[in-house]
Design a binder for this molecule. Sequence first.
Ligand code: NAP
Length: 453
Amino acid sequence: MGHLVSINPATGEELARYPVFDAGQIQSCIAQAHERFQSYRRIPFAQRSAWLKRVAGILEERKAEFGRLISLEMGKTLASAVAEVEKSAWVCRYYAEEAEGFLAERSIASDASRSGIRYQPLGVILAVMPWNFPFWQVFRCAAPALMAGNTLLLKHASNVPQSALTLEQIFREGGFPPGVFQTLLITAAQVAEVVADERVRGAALTGSEAAGSSLARLAGQHLKKTVLELGGSDPFIVLPSADLEAAVATAVTARLINNGQSCIAAKRFILHRAIAEPFTAAMTERFRRLKVGDPLDPQTDVGPLATPSILQEVDGQVQALVQAGAKVHIGGSPLGGNFYPPTILSDIPPDHPVAHQEVFGPVALLFTVPDVSAAIELANNTPFGLGASAWTTDPEEQERLLEELEAGSVFINGMVKSDPRLPFGGIKRSGYGRELSREGILEFVNVKTIWVK
Ligand code: NAP
């Protein structure tokens, strides 16, 4: 059996390695999760909530330590890693407070003397998670799943095994009994074995289209419920009435968040021709001022990409666009190691294959359009449908954008972001199902109809 290896992407240094679980270890974890479910499902909400609040407390108290771990393992800046830990505490507190109300029995009048809905947990849920937000992605899946009374098995991305093991530790320290949350140190190929097991009742995956499609195929074969949060190529539309300074400042953050490796990062900037020139000049100027370097240095704005293969893919996409005639305003070639500079490209042929792909790095693709109709058409001309941000102060345009943009969420005059109180998810090839809010906790429950006469 091989190992899962944690490598600092800023230096290439190996930080830790762990043997991959064998079939016996996987079986024993599934058995423990299933057995624990029988008692855990009967634990009152108040107790689960107390444990989850303790988990939130641990995250808040030790955010510097966990932030450093995240930053070392996948390269995001220390400040953003600490913010990720704080946000993880927020989602724990949110579901600790709200879950009981979301899952309260509902009465519905019918021909029965008593009828309605009772919400019950499903059992063991598998969470297949990505490395880009090693804590947040796991907590936003685990907090509702555990509050609903399910038990959880985590298969984290293979480049963040230290985070994966730390997460299990945090749930144990919070008071959750053994078996409620377990980390499986397994490869992507071993996911099939877990999904096929009858005791596993559902699976959530956040990651690429390829991984989502593979999990959905397996889950289909074994008739398991899935939630898929996949890639995105979010549009960021700027129309003439927008507050240009605010739009440019937000565009920079929205593209470069997480060193450019976020599913909901703005990736395609669709600019009305009346503002395209000043917008491009201002964005280029802001990119020029950013410092690329050591993610632990507080002065750094953009750290390394998480792995050499991500850098190669991003650079390949940039070179393909340049060869097709794209103009490079800034950046455009690797800086050495895993570092890639903030890059802006314009004059992109709209039908070039890369224009329809997700660029998972600090690269902004700029397009110019003559009017709002063309902006919407170009924005929707993508296989993805995760988020969309549009900037205009015209109420009619705002309404049209809210109505016509094909995405799981549309933000007007703001950056697309996740918030525990609002549903999060996509349409088209960005996946299906929702996380967060009431919608998120309903994904892995039995909506049981009850009828008594
Ligand atoms: P990835 O390669 O798809 O990996 C995600 C997870 O899936 C990892 O745990 C990975 O394990 C596992 N995996 C890969 N192939 C699999 C397969 N065939 N069967 C089962 N599991 C498999 O994605 P990534 O590069 O880590 O993350 C980047 C992608 O995630 C981007 O496309 C991004 O947009 C998306 N993302 C989406 C959201 C959202 O909410 N919509 C949020 C964050 C990220 P290994 O590491 O062992 O391969």
